[in-house]
Ligand binder design. Structure first.
Ligand code: PEP
Ligand code: MG
Length: 578
């Protein structure tokens, strides 16, 4: 058996070695046959029964979801249930069975092809990826029609072997992922998916090594072949040689040892060798699973991306629903800070909220711009946030600020929301802190003005890198050009931290840079004292904090900031870690 490697997008780190188990792709196996006239009504019935079976199946999975997975997975399953209730989709399929006298599997597959064509016409990456939801639902319906077990993995996988099984699929739906979770597979890899795909989000919440966007893994890998999944590098090695296998077994043991060591510092106070306290906060996307956040060692919420409450649903959450979500996080975190960002919709995050069309979603009407254009959205969210502020330590964060004019309009709307609550005698924290995301170069260059007018700043390095380098963060064809260590990006970050220091305002980084332990010393040396990241990254960043001596690294970092070349910067950052 020849050895080869595949490269994809790493979405959940760790190294795993096991045997491949191929997940069948029902869509590729659909046959086409004619149904005799007198059996057409039965065929329609067979179709509606299959829809009912899948719906019941998904509802059951949703009901059994533990609270920790409800946020990430619950909304995806709701999306799938909504598709199964889509009248025009169901009616069109039934009509085709009747008119063409074809089998139900064939009719639903042709309907899917039509829908895929429409989705492919979207220029927006996020919307294009949503076609996967339709594909996953239809796949499940076809399996029900064919009488396949509802679970994706076949019964020939022995339970005792599960921990050594690596699932190889064209795609994995949220419902399948839950079943995988229950069976504790060693890892999974898929042909499709991108950074914003559901699979990527799920993989992180399941915490097992996984790689997406491998293109042809499902075709190239055979059942039972030994594979190595390096979820940190995005590499899959199939049929490794003895030497490679040995190397990876060693790396896997090192990784496991490292994880065990990290768990020992869970309750250690986060401060540097010279005694500087460093706040390590968590980024969250919903009010669910806060216990897991506290378990992770985070001492606050540094970024609650509230737009996720608005996505994957037909209507927007009203004031009461938002209030309850924010309040539950504030209460669960007790007195710890909870920084809640107002809607950052647009670009790769879309919802059914506004009818306004924008040509370029990344540079168009997104985030604060959208909220200022549709002030009722802002007003509702401000009222919900203010009401919740009575129950904990909530701070408000505004995304995508570019000019002071936007900030002033925002402040007026916040004051208006306060007035309306005061009139109704509803309690809220009148001194609630207001912060701004610094993620557009214009704001980073003019950071002093924002530091003067706001209570705190939070640097969104994901967008700051995208906008500074003119590299779309969702486009894999230019992914090699996306690098937050570009000297221009570093200078903008340094400028923002300096502005905060000048006006005595807290500055944090809440983009991906904050969670990359290889960059912790660099950011500390630049003067950063607050980091917010995915909860799974907190301990590895804390370990770096505990090993850092601010005085020592500041001098080296000042030298790094003078370098004009990315390659040299990367080298020096590596040295900083040794
Ligand atoms: C960022 O841009 O760095 C950020 C934290 O916001 P988001 O990733 O949600 O755009
Ligand atoms: Mg951003």
């Amino acid at each position: 058996m020849s050895s080869f490697s595949l490269h994809g997008v790493a979405v959940s780190s760790g190294i795993t070695i096991g045997k491949a188990h191929l997940i069948s792709n029902a869509l590729l196996e659909v046959a086409h046959y004619q149904v005799p006239n007198h059996l057409v009504a039965d065929e329609v019935k067979r179709f509606t029964n299959a829809i009912k079976t899948v719906k019941a199946d998904l509802k059951g999975i949703h009901q059994d979801l533990p609270d920790t997975l409800l946020g990430d997975l619950g909304s995806f399953i709701n999306t799938h249930l909504a598709i199964l209730s889509d009248k025009s989709f169901l009616d069109a399929t039934k009509k085709m069975i009747r008119e063409d006298q074809c089998n139900a599997e064939w009719a639903i597959k042709l309907q899917l092809d039509n829908i895929i064509e429409q989705f492919d016409a979207f220029t927006d990456a996020y919307l294009r990826e949503r076609k996967q939801d339709f594909i996953q639902v239809v796949e499940r319906v076809i399996k029900a029609l064919l009488g396949h077990p509802s679970s994706q993995f076949s019964t020939n996988v022995k339970k005792s072997d599960d921990k050594d099984i690596i699932l190889v699929a064209h795609d994995i739906s949220p419902a399948d992922a839950i079943q995988f979770k229950q069976n504790q597979f060693a890892g999974f890899i898929t042909d499709v998916g991108g950074v914003t795909s559901h699979t990527a989000i799920l993989a992180r919440s399941l915490n097992i090594p996984s790689i997406v966007a491998l293109q042809k893994a499902r075709d190239l890998i055979s059942e039972g072949e030994v594979i190595i999944v390096d979820g940190s590098q995005g590499v899959v090695i199939v049929n490794p040689s003895k030497e490679i296998l040995k190397q990876y077994e060693l790396r896997q043991r090192q990784w496991q040892l490292e994880q065990q060591k990290l768990s020992l510092i869970k309750s250690t106070v986060s401060k540097t060798i010279d005694g500087t306290a460093i706040a390590l906060f968590a980024n969250i996307e919903s009010q669910h699973g806060i216990e897991a956040i506290q378990e992770s060692g985070a001492t606050g919420i540094g970024l609650f991306r509230t737009e996720f409450l608005f996505m994957n649903r037909a209507d927007a959450p009203d004031e009461e629903e938002q209030f309850l979500a924010y309040k539950s996080v504030a209460q669960a975190m007790k007195k710890a800070p909870v920084i809640i960002r107002t809607l950052d919709l647009g670009a790769d995050k879309q919802a059914n909220l506004s009818n306004i069309e924008t040509a370029n979603t990344a540079l168009g009407l997104r985030a604060v711009r959208l909220c200022l254009t549709e002030p009722h959205i802002f007003h509702t969210q401000f009222r919900a946030l203010l009401r919740a502020s009575h129950y904990g330590n909530i701070k408000i964060l505004i995304p995508m600020l570019t000019s002071l004019a936007e900030l002033r309009q925002t402040k007026l709307l916040l004051a208006h929301a306060k007035q309306s609550l005061a009139k109704e005698k509803i309690p809220f924290n009148d001194h609630i802190q207001l912060g701004g995301m610094i993620e557009v170069p214009a704001a980073a260059i003019n950071a002093k003005a924002f530091a003067r007018e706001l209570d705190f700043l939070s640097i969104g390095t994901n967008d700051l890198t995208q906008y500074t380098l003119a590299v779309d963060r969702t486009d894999s064809t230019v992914a090699h050009l996306y690098n937050s260590l570009h000297p221009s990006v570093l200078q903008l970050i340094a400028n923002t931290i300096a502005a905060g220091a000048k006006f005595g305002k807290a500055v944090s980084v809440c983009g991906e840079m904050a969670g990359d332990a290889q960059l912790t010393k660099l950011l500390l040396g630049m003067g950063l004292r607050q980091f917010s990241m995915h909860p799974s990254q907190i301990l590895s960043v804390k370990q770096k904090v505990l090993q850092s001596n601010i005085n020592k690294i500041t001098k080296s970092v000042n030298r790094i900031l003078k370098i004009e070349d990315i390659a040299k910067t990367e080298l020096q950052v590596k040295e900083l870690n040794h």
